[in-house]
Design a protein. Structure first.
Length: 761
């Protein structure tokens, strides 16, 4: 350690003496500009192009394997950074090569998809959003940064803030759900957590908000598919969270795979320059998604050389994986197809990101083998992950207060997720070590030790058909068994039990990238199992593992209790037991609508009205906007979630019924814990613009408060409403509020609301 530091100090002095990389030390934009300008004056065109190149290291093994190809590229000055390499020692060596064995000694950006934790894995982002607790999200991002930075990573490709209204899309798991207001609050929390105060400290890393833009609106929920959307919808429904991340000072932005207005986002100048840079003032680093410059060929827009020129011209600074920037921009420059000033601009942005991270002062930043051992997956982080996970579970149903269970019962724990410790984390947990994670069975045995008894049976495969199961399981397989035998074993186990706990749903990799589904029911054999368990007449608790809303219409009508545990991370098993046995009361609320049927999708709470709104939802009303065979109503609406206690709402009051442009009013409501235990309630406030120059959503979330109430306790919850909160992007894309009547609603979810009116004068 000491030796390494000495080596670096000498290298730094040598570099300075040789006119190489100097230390930035001080902050400030002016100093940074001088430093970067000075450095760029000494750079050749090839060296500048090298800075724009971001290849994948493809080496996530924890052993000492060194990536020879990356090392060669570093020595040749061909790359500005890399991603997908795990291990402090390996990364340190790669960084050392850049600093000591290249002409200018420019340090590297070291990226990774640290999306919901490094080795201490937190719930998937969709679940995190269901905590409605931005502090918890910030804490998770902070812990991720502490672990990742000690392991050599200085850049995470998170947060993913794509609004999604289509649960067929597997990547719904990676975002904060369907609402731009909540999504914006969460986006800012992620950025604060990763970047800390200013991104420069040893345990602060650069965040990357993605995927800009609109990736979550892929047609049919099929990944990478076409997006086509009005500008009003973009600005009002989808852009908010990206902008919130920019406002929070996010250091980098990643463009998306999809087209926007028919042009791949990667090369969409309107999006990258007009909106992101000019309108929002983003001055950080803009990186493409994985090989998305290369993908402009199948998009039918351009081959690699032309696509690279287009992407650069659109405002892209760094090319992830395609190699097009490094490989073709020189030729394009010679042919006059790109401007040198654009290459300089892109290079400057990469160097500025490195400067802001403090890499020119200390290229290794927090990367430290001993520290990594100390902080990675440490007890303190795991404790926080366990507590956070419990906050994200959503109690969807609890007939006869079946939950919490008493640990002194005989419990039949059944299902393919019950003993699948390697499946607790869900998607994008590449940096974790899933084989170390406790299974639910182990955790439940521990939680009931000395009191009750757990009888386990796997009960079913994930899918009956082996080929579908292989596709579903991805890299984290769950051992298969004979469908018939598994079912019989489960029924035998159930026969001996007081209560059945069925751990069913999606395997971890059934959501995330490239995991779209058309059927959103619990998969075939698991559903058969659940029906047979129900038929035993014993009480059934469904623990639902999923990365997306599923269609649970049958389950809601038949299963006694449903606790949605999403994918809860490395500590999920213990967290689930904390909630199942009542150490913690569930408090999560949905941030994504659960449909009654796939045919209703897209189904979201903040929709526009039609000219023919549906009437009585219990019957078919011809010539209204509805379906012959299904109601318009969701099964579980946005904002919904139960607790072990109950909350009652008093009558809402407004202190005024009119405000002007500079004024504000306060909506108040008394909320009381009327049940049998302490608990959190998230009180939600929605606004509706009754008549406007364009049709406005029937309601939009504009505020929420998460309050802890002891049994019997009450609190007065207040929301201040001002004219800014009534603004929207009109047809001319002006951000305005229009005078007239508004409705304000408060309640425990987006369906169960009380409403009052006020006027904006
Ligand atoms: C994903 C990104 C991710 C990148 C790097 C892409 O396939 O779309 O979200 O950050 O890979 O792993």
């Amino acid at each position: 350690m000491k030796l390494q530091k000495t080596v670096w100090a000498l290298a730094a002095v040598a570099a300075i003496l040789a006119g190489g990389c100097a230390s930035d030390n001080s902050g400030g934009e002016r100093e940074m500009n001088e430093f970067v300008t000075g450095l760029m004056e000494r750079m050749t065109l090839e060296e500048k192009l090298g800075q724009l190149n971001l290849p994948s290291g493809g080496d996530m093994t924890t052993g000492a394997v060194m990536n020879a190809e990356i090392t060669e590229m570093i020595k040749n000055g061909e790359i500005g950074g890399f991603f997908n390499v795990k291990g402090a020692q390996k990364i340190k060596e790669l960084q050392r090569t850049a600093v000591e064995e290249t002409r200018l000694g420019i340090p590297l950006l070291v990226g990774a998809d640290v999306i919901h934790g490094y080795e201490t894995v937190f719930p998937i982002p969709l679940a995190l959003s269901c905590s409605w607790n931005p502090e918890a999200v910030e804490r998770m991002a902070r812990i991720s940064a502490v672990e990742a930075s000690a392991n050599g990573i200085n850049w995470t490709f998170s947060p993913m803030v794509d609004i999604c209204r289509d649960p067929r899309w597997g990547r719904i798991a990676e975002g904060s759900g369907e609402d731009p207001f909540l999504g914006s609050v969460m986006a800012a929390a992620y950025v604060r957590g990763y970047q800390g105060k200013e991104m420069k400290q040893s345990n602060e890393i650069m965040a990357c908000v993605k995927h800009f833009a609109l990736y979550g609106a892929a047609e049919g929920g099929r990944d990478y598919n076409t997006v086509d959307m009005s500008r009003q919808q973009m600005y009002n429904g989808y852009f908010g969270p990206y902008k919130a991340a920019v406002d929070a000072g996010v250091g980098s932005v990643m463009s998306s795979f999809n087209v926007v207005d028919g042009i791949p986002a990667t090369a969409n100048r309107w999006l990258m320059t007009d909106v992101l840079r000019d309108q929002w003032g983003f001055d950080g680093l803009l990186v493409t998604d994985y090989n998305s410059i290369g993908e402009m060929l199948p998009h039918g827009v351009a081959g690699l050389r032309e696509a690279s020129a287009m992407a650069l011209d659109a405002g892209t600074d760094m090319d992830m994986v395609s190699g097009g920037f490094y490989g073709t921009l020189k030729e394009s420059l010679e042919k006059g197809d790109v401007d040198k000033s654009d290459i300089d601009r892109a290079c400057r942005r990469v160097l500025e990101a490195k400067y802001r991270l403090g890499l020119f002062s200390d290229p290794y930043k927090g990367c430290d083998v001993d520290l990594a051992k100390q902080v990675t997956y440490c007890d303190e982080h795991r404790k926080t992950a366990r507590e956070t996970a419990a906050e994200t579970f959503v109690l969807l149903r609890n007939e006869g207060d079946l939950l919490p269970l008493k640990p002194n019962k005989t419990i039949a724990l059944i299902g393919p997720m019950a003993d699948a410790g390697n499946n607790m984390c869900g998607m994008w947990s590449m940096t974790c070590t899933p084989d170390n994670h406790k299974s639910l069975l182990t955790a439940m045995n521990e939680a009931t030790e000395g009191a009750g008894r757990v009888i386990y049976a796997k009960g079913s495969n994930v899918y009956g058909d082996e080929r579908t199961e292989t596709a579903a399981n991805g890299i984290r397989p769950i051992a298969r068994g004979d469908n018939e035998r598994l079912l019989n074993e489960a029924l035998a186990a159930a026969a001996k039990a007081d209560v059945i706990v069925a751990a069913l749903g999606e395997s971890a990799e059934m959501s995330g990238e490239s995991a779209s589904r058309t059927d959103l029911e619990i998969p075939d054999v698991q559903k058969t199992l659940l029906r047979r368990l129900k038929a035993t007449g014993k009480p059934v608790v469904l623990l639902l593992f999923t990365g997306r809303p599923l269609v649970l219409t049958w389950e809601n009508g038949n299963v006694d209790a449903i606790l949605n545990v999403w994918y809860g991370g490395s500590e999920a098993a213990d967290a689930i037991c904390d909630v199942v046995f009542g150490k913690v009361a569930p408090s999560g609320k949905l941030t994504t609508t659960f449909p009654r049927s796939v045919g209703q999708i897209p189904l979201y709470y903040n929709h526009l009205n039609t000219g023919r709104p549906d009437g009585d939802p219990t019957q078919f009303n011809r010539y209204n906007s509805n379906y012959i065979d299904e109601s318009n109503e969701p099964l579980y609406p946005f904002g919904y979630g139960l607790s072990y206690t109950t909350f009652s709402y008093g009558e809402m009051t407004l202190d005024k019924t009119a405000i002007n442009a500079g004024g504000s009013l306060t909506a108040s409501v008394k909320v009381s814990n009327t049940g049998n235990c302490d608990g959190y309630e998230t009180v939600q406030m929605y606004i509706h613009d009754v008549l406007a120059s364009q049709s406005r959503p029937v309601k939009e979330l504009k505020g929420f408060r998460r309050v802890f109430l002891k049994q019997g306790e009450s609190a007065e919850v207040k929301f201040e409403i001002n004219a800014d909160m009534l603004k929207f992007y009109n047809y001319k894309l002006e951000y305005v509020c229009e005078p007239g009547e508004f409705e304000v609603s408060v309640g425990p979810d987006s369906r169960n609301l009380q409403t009052l009116k006020f006027t904006l004068e």
